[in-house]
Unconditional design. Sequence first.
Length: 255
Amino acid sequence: MRKSFLRWALFSLLTSLIVLINSCFSSDEMLDQEYIANLVFMQGHLVVGNQLRTEGSADLAKVHLGHPIEEQYFLIKKEIIARDDQPFEEELKEMYGIFRAYPSHEKIDEYYRNIQQKIDTSVAKVLTKHNYSTEVVLAVISQLLFQASIEYQDSITKNLVSSKANTVDYKVVELPEYQDSWGFITVAKSLVEKSMHVDETYSVILDEIDNLLEFLPSPNPPSRPDNPQIFRDKVALIQEQYLSKYAIDSGAITY
């Protein structure tokens, strides 16, 4: 336990130092990383919301489909315009409005596809500019996995099964956070897959992400989820081995 905590603390310290160093040097690349991260975090919420909606869980989908338009888009609205990318604010508003009134309306699928296509196009535009460099892609992956780990930990607590036998298992107490974790890992996997044609290094990261998805294969948690400490340690190890030199100023990103 102590060793894993020290590992996590070391990674957090390294991340803070890298962000501090990066802040001393104005860089196009750093701004691009922040921009992509904001876009893919929105995708994470949308992926979860749409998955739950198509499964018939409209009540659970609501918080995720509403999050991008209520808490995220306005923060990068000017940046989207400045980069001459396609805005999708109106599609987000209209999709969410229709969803709240008619969760199964076929028009939602059309809006969802259009929004995701616009986000993908904006992300690809930046990645192409940098030739899908590991410095850009893995910085975003690092942030996605880091936040997914936080969400997973926040969603699960110990559940004392037997005080006599001192038996403990775990249960999900914050379902939206658990689902966010699934969404962020899912879009991280998608981003790596889209980058693999440039650098085979990404195949190793993809294997690690697949291992993480074994903890939460869907946005619907198992009755007995895994110890969040194990999940956190796995993410910390991935960060330590592959991602520790990449970092983004998380203050510029909304989750």
